[in-house]
Write a protein that binds this ligand. Structure first.
Ligand code: NAP
Length: 266
């Protein structure tokens, strides 16, 4: 099997380090370069704490793509930077696999159009954990029977975006099957701003940020005399890597942008 050549952006980050380990462990993957905003020209192996990989670090995205000619960009950075990397990858004919969260609807629309125009595969997945995908799918199923739902997403305190991409995606999936509904008392008033959380089509999303957490979510459905809770916990970042691996393999076989891992797993 021919190796899939990968460039990784965000290699020193918490997700990035796990992705380096995963890439190293897969025979048909080859890391050909890394994109960072420092350490230009240094090898991954020269940075303390990173796996023993010879790929070079580039601070210039275009130079990296031209020199290393990868098949796939894996981006695990920040929304502002990830957006630029994804656009640059598509311009260079490289297939992006994006785990970075916080892209806006406008970003997704623009990138979808770019991928379509270039006939290139692209995958943007706010959650690579298979259990989290099932949690979202089960929530969508339950929403047909329970109209009243609130989402509580809990993450580590270094997370930049709120609500989480998974929280928003869950609300999107629920709202695609239930009739729009404004929940709670029609006259309810927040005495402290934000007390009822973010509002997505009447679904409230509450964001908890605490040290010690990784990525967790509860979806609570309330009905007459009953409550259904669907919960998923990622206890470490290795939980996301089977999804990254599957996405890298799948992106080579498609020619459009897919948003959400649920659209590539059965
Ligand atoms: P992190 O530890 O902060 O890692 C981000 C990395 O990006 C850092 O090494 C950072 O370097 C680097 N970076 C900053 N600017 C850059 C640039 N211009 N070029 C290249 N690299 C740059 O964050 P994380 O926890 O790994 O998360 C990364 C992203 O993945 C976030 O958006 C997070 O929400 C998302 N995430 C997704 C999933 C999923 O399943 N899809 C799961 C968990 C997290 P410095 O530290 O030097 O700034």
């Amino acid at each position: 099997m021919e190796k899939i050549k990968i460039v990784l952006a965000g290699a020193r980050g918490r997700m990035g380090i796990e992705a380096l380990r995963m890439i190293k462990s897969v025979d048909h993957f080859e890391l050909v370069g890394a994109i960072d905003h420092k350490f230009n020209g240094i090898k991954i192996s020269e940075i303390e704490g990173l796996p023993n990989l010879d790929a070079k670090i580039y601070t210039d995205v275009n130079e990296c793509f031209t020199q290393t000619k990868p098949d796939v960009l894996v981006d695990l950075t920040t929304p502002e930077i990830g957006r630029l990397h994804t656009r640059a990858a598509l311009e260079h004919g490289i297939r992006p696999v994006v785990g970075t969260t916080g892209f806006s609807k406008e970003d997704l629309k623009e990138l979808t159009e770019m991928a379509e125009e270039k006939k290139l595969g692209a995958i943007i997945a706010p959650n690579f954990a298979v259990g989290a995908i099932l949690m979202m799918k089960f929530s969508q199923m339950a929403a047909k029977y329970f109209q009243d739902v609130e989402i509580i997403e809990l993450h580590h305190d270094q997370k930049l975006d709120a609500p989480s991409g998974t929280g928003i995606k869950t609300a999107e999936l629920i709202s695609s099957v239930r009739e729009s509904k404004q929940q709670g008392h029609p006259n309810e008033k927040e005495t402290h701003v934000g007390a009822r959380g973010a509002d997505y089509d009447g679904i409230h999303i509450h964001s908890v940020r605490l040290p010690g957490l990784v990525a967790h979510q509860e979806v609570l459905f309330g009905g007459e005399g009953q409550m259904l809770t669907i919960r998923h916990d990622s206890f470490n970042r290795a939980s996301f890597m089977s999804g990254v691996k599957l996405s890298v393999e799948t992106v080579m076989k498609i020619d459009l942008l897919v948003y959400g891992l649920e659209n590539i797993i059965e």
